[in-house]
Ligand binder design. Structure first.
Ligand SMILES: [Zn+2]
Length: 396
C-alpha cells in the first residue's frame, strides 16, 4: 500500500472535521477533537482554515465543563450553494439549495412531452434561470434523471420517456456552466436525499428508498454509500416482472413489470379500465376524467374501486420489497414519490404483504416507512453530491 501523502492526510483530517461540523448545529473545537480523535492543535489549524474560507464561524460561548467556556462553531449554511434537478415525468423541477439542503430558489417547468434535444433544451432553460441567483459561490450541479445512468461517466445510458440514449449530460452541462456536475438515477438521488437530509442515522447505516411515481425504482445505500451495482442499474426493480400471466405491456417492451401494477401510472390506467365496469363507484366512467387526484379523492371517501386498486398496488409493492429484504436484509425501507399520497392504508397493505412473504425473523426487524422530504427528495439528493465530496467546497 502506498503511504498517504501529507496532502492526502491533511484533506482526510479536514473532511473528518467538516463532517463533524455538518453533523451538529453547533460544536466546540474540543468536542470536534474528541469525536474525530484528531489532536487539539490539528483541529485548531483546520478550523482556522475553515473560518478563513467562510465556511464556519464562531457563534458564541458554550457551557463550561470546568475551566474556560468553549467557543462554539457553526457551519455558515449559506456560504456555498448547489443546484439540484429532478427531471420528473410531467415537469422538470430544480432548486438552488444551501449547505443544509434549504431551498433558496425553485423553478418548475412543464415538460409537455418534450423529448430528445427539446428535453435537453428545457434542462438548459431551467439551469439558466437557477443560475441567476445571488447565492455565491455555486459549487456544483446535481441531476436526478429517470433511466439507466452511468454516474462515473455522467452519461444517461437510456431514459425511455426522454428519448435519451448515451447522452453525455454531465459533460454538456460542465461545458456550459463551468461547474462540476453529477448525474444520478432519480431513485438513487431520492435515496441520497433521505439519507442525507431525512431522519437521523449513523454515518455507516444502510437504507433502501423506493421511489414510486410514474415509474418505480429503488436507491440502495449500504454502509453510508450509494450502491449502484456493476452496471449502474442497482435498484431497477420497476422492470422486474411480477405478473407474468396476462400482465399488461410495459414501456420497456416486457409484460407484467412491477411498474405495470404498482406505479402511479398503472394505478390510473387500471382504474380507467375498471371504472366503467364497476357498479357503486363514485369515480367517473370516462377515462379522461380519472386522474391520480380523482383516485385520491375517491380513496379518501372509501370508494370501493379506489380502495381495491390502491391496496392491490400496495400488495405488489410489498412483494417487491420482500425480495429486496430477502436479498439484502437492509432493515430500513423508505417509500417516496406520488404513491405515498395514499398514506397509512397503502402503507399497511405493503407492510402486511412484507410480513406474509418474508422470512418471519427478517420481517420483524424491517421497518417500512414513508419518507420525510416530500416532493423535494430527488432535488435534495441530487444536490447532496457534497455528501461524498467536500473538496468541492474549496474549489474556486
Ligand atoms: Zn417494464
Amino acid at each position: 500500500m502506498k503511504k498517504a501523502t501529507q496532502q492526502q492526510t491533511k484533506e482526510h483530517n479536514r473532511n473528518l472535521a467538516l463532517k463533524t461540523i455538518f453533523g451538529h448545529a453547533s460544536i466546540s473545537r474540543a468536542e470536534i477533537a474528541r469525536i474525530t480523535s484528531l489532536t487539539r492543535t490539528t483541529v485548531s489549524d483546520i478550523v482556522s482554515e475553515l473560518i478563513a474560507e467562510g465556511l464556519v464561524n464562531e457563534i458564541g460561548v458554550g457551557e463550561s465543563l470546568g475551566g474556560k467556556s468553549p467557543i462554539l462553531l457553526s457551519l455558515v449554511e449559506d456560504s456555498r450553494c448547489l443546484i439540484g434537478l429532478d427531471l420528473a415525468q410531467n415537469q422538470f423541477m430544480g432548486a438552488v439549495v444551501n449547505l443544509r439542503g434549504q431551498i433558496r430558489k425553485m423553478v418548475t417547468l412543464p415538460v409537455n412531452d418534450r423529448r430528445g434535444g427539446e428535453a435537453l433544451a428545457l434542462v438548459y432553460e431551467m439551469l439558466d434561470q437557477l443560475m441567476q441567483t445571488v447565492c455565491q459561490p455555486m459549487v456544483g450541479i446535481g441531476v436526478g434523471t429517470p433511466g439507466l445512468v452511468n454516474t462515473n461517466e455522467g452519461v444517461v445510458v437510456n431514459a425511455v420517456n426522454l428519448d435519451w440514449q448515451d447522452l453525455p449530460l454531465a459533460h454538456l452541462l460542465e461545458e456550459r456552466y463551468h461547474l462540476p456536475v453529477s448525474v444520478l438515477n432519480d431513485s438513487q438521488a431520492a435515496a441520497m436525499g433521505e439519507y442525507t437530509y431525512g431522519e437521523e442515522h449513523t454515518s455507516d447505516s444502510s437504507l433502501i428508498v423506493i421511489n414510486a411515481r410514474h415509474g418505480i425504482g429503488a436507491g440502495i445505500v449500504i454502509n453510508g454509500r450509494l450502491f449502484q451495482g456493476d452496471g449502474g442499474g442497482a435498484g431497477e426493480i420497476g422492470h422486474v416482472v411480477v405478473a407474468p400471466e396476462g400482465g399488461l405491456p410495459c414501456r420497456c417492451g416486457n409484460r407484467g413489470c412491477l411498474e405495470t401494477v404498482a406505479s402511479a401510472q398503472a394505478l390510473v390506467k387500471r382504474t380507467q379500465m375498471l371504472a366503467s365496469q364497476t357498479a357503486g363507484t363514485q369515480l367517473p366512467h370516462s377515462p379522461q376524467s380519472i386522474t391520480l387526484d380523482a383516485i385520491e379523492q375517491a380513496f379518501a371517501a372509501d370508494d370501493p374501486l379506489a380502495r381495491q386498486v390502491v391496496l392491490d398496488a400496495g400488495r405488489y409493492m410489498g412483494l417487491a420489497i420482500s425480495s429486496l429484504v430477502g436479498t439484502l436484509n437492509i432493515q430500513k425501507i423508505v417509500l417516496t414519490g406520488d404513491m405515498t399520497r395514499f398514506g397509512a392504508a397503502w402503507l399497511e397493505a405493503i407492510r402486511s404483504t412484507v410480513a406474509q412473504t418474508t422470512l418471519a425473523r427478517l420481517a420483524q426487524g424491517t421497518q417500512v416507512e414513508i419518507g420525510q422530504l416530500g416532493a423535494n427528495g430527488v432535488i435534495l439528493g441530487a444536490s447532496a453530491l457534497l455528501a461524498n465530496d467536500y473538496a468541492l467546497l474549496f474549489k474556486r
